[in-house]
Design a protein around this ligand. Structure first.
Ligand SMILES: Cc1cc2nc3c(=O)[nH]c(=O)nc-3n(C[C@H](O)[C@H](O)[C@H](O)COP(=O)(O)OP(=O)(O)OC[C@H]3O[C@@H](n4cnc5c(N)ncnc54)[C@H](O)[C@@H]3O)c2cc1C
Length: 424
């Protein structure tokens, strides 16, 4: 079993990163080469700006290359809760922003000719307990009435046509969105940014951003660069001068296992529609089939940061969960196991704008493959003076109470979720 991301391991090689020291100047420096940063670099480069992208590790080595491979519409929390939290008008705007984000991913794949196995399969949310069905019904009715008619509620009989498992009692199908190969999308987006003139630097961790005349001086482990504007696209970075952001995000670990390739007739029986799936538990699971017929199965497993050797522990918990959900796959060999950090905000909504003159976009809370890509494009517009393009411009973003930058509270939250899951 490889303790590595399947997406990164099976992606084509990235040939477009710069060698040599980081130096000189650029119109824009983007810090972080995940989907937010790469998408912003593509959009800014396309309109003629000189762009330098700096990443502490490998391009796509953060959440963008380590996720569940789903490109879903819909917000992180369910729509009933969101409407209660924000009011109906803002909840509708959020939902639409996520639908727009799926459209952005599909447009970029088309326009930049990115070969990333995109499939518009929709997402099926599966009810893990009988009484969760009633909540899905309420959610479906509200979504259909207020914002999206392209959804369907499936009862227990219909669920049998979708997944061969005794674990589910119904489901909500949202047809917009789908799934893609995240490693191939990363490389395709990075190559597109470079075609539009961006310079990408790997292993260039940013340690300081200093105001310098009308612009900024950015110090990295590979040298220094000056820029007129800076975009921070670092997700839940645990190093560098990002304390203000760290106090607003909880870096929650999420973990994934991927099986060996499965026999076509077995897959046709167990998951005939090959959609993107999630479950309704608080400690939920998400899963899908990869382009080469493996099952990718993920979940929170443990409330801990992702660290390489201990990811295997989370992998064992996931393997047990997989076997319980799909007994027909209980003996499938696990070929990959890895973890990543979700940039969870307290309201589970993205946050983007400007702080101390520097632009930022993050806080996608586990629903970011489409939203980070979308926000890269949006932030290019915002940095060009079109602030109204930012769907999150009006939301407040206070620090998480008691959060000093180190997420000491995560084990407590995990225990709370586990207990709540028993009764919910
Ligand atoms: C296990 C897991 C499963 C997920 N599944 C899904 C899913 O199925 N669907 C979905 O929609 N979303 C999912 N997400 C969330 C989604 O992957 C993210 O929201 C999205 O990729 C965020 O992109 P980003 O570019 O903002 O951040 P990232 O991809 O995390 O990129 C940030 C980059 O910043 C760099 N960086 C950090 N600090 C510094 C520094 N000091 N100097 C320079 N560079 C720095 C990092 O090295 C990193 O490469 C999942 C996340 C995880 C972890």
């Amino acid at each position: 079993m490889k303790l590595d991301s399947y997406w990164l391991d099976t992606a084509p090689p990235l040939l477009s990163a710069c060698e040599g020291p980081v130096d000189g100047g650029a119109d824009v420096v983007v810090i972080g080469a995940g989907f937010t940063g790469l998408s912003a670099a593509q959009a800014l480069g396309k309109r003629g700006a000189s762009v330098t992208v700096l990443d502490a590790g490998r391009i796509g080595g953060g959440a963008s290359g380590r996720n569940g491979g789903q490109v879903n519409t819909g917000v992180a929390q369910d729509f009933v809760a969101l409407a209660a939290q924000l009011g109906m008008e803002r909840a509708r705007a959020c939902y639409r922003a996520f639908a727009d984000a799926v459209d952005t991913v599909e447009r970029l794949i088309r326009e930049e000719n990115i070969d990333c196995d995109y499939l518009a399969t929709g997402k099926l949310k599966l009810a893990s307990k009988p009484h969760h069905v009633a909540h899905l019904e309420k959610t479906a009715a509200l979504i259909r009435r207020e914002v999206d008619t392209n959804i369907e509620l499936l009862d227990r009989e219909r669920i049998r046509d979708e997944v061969q498992s005794e674990s589910f009692y119904g489901g909500l199908l949202q047809r917009h969105g789908g799934q893609m190969h995240m490693g191939k999308f990363t490389v395709g987006l990075a190559d597109a940014a470079v075609r539009h003139g961006a310079k990408l630097y790997e292993h260039a961790a940013v340690s300081a951003i200093v105001k310098d005349g009308a612009g900024y001086r950015i110090t990295t482990t590979r040298g220094e660069v000056r820029a007129r504007q800076v975009l921070i696209a670092t997700g839940p970075s645990r190093h560098g001068p990002f304390g203000w952001y760290r106090r607003r995000l909880a870096p929650v670990g999420s973990f994934i296992v991927v099986t060996e390739p499965l026999a076509p007739e077995l897959l046709a029986r167990v998951l005939p529609k090959r959609r993107a799936y999630t479950t309704t538990r608080l400690m939920h699971n998400y899963f899908r089939v990869t382009p080469d017929a493996r099952l990718l199965f993920g979940g929170r497993a443990r409330f801990t940061a992702s660290e390489r050797p201990s990811d295997a522990k989370s992998g064992r918990i996931l393997q047990e969960g997989l076997a319980a959900m799909f007994p027909a796959l209980a003996n499938a060999r696990i070929d990959y196991c890895w973890g990543g950090l979700v940039d969870m905000s307290a309201d589970r909504l993205p946050h983007a704008g400007q702080h101390d003159g520097v632009y930022f976009s993050m806080g996608y809370s586990g629903h970011g493959t489409q939203m980070s890509t979308h926000m890269g494009q949006v932030m290019a517009d915002v940095m060009d003076g079109r602030e109204a393009r930012n769907p999150w411009r009006e939301s407040e973003w206070p620090a998480i109470p008691g959060h000093t930058g180190k997420p000491w509270f995560l084990p407590l939250v995990g225990t709370y979720y586990r207990i709540k899951d028993i009764f919910y």
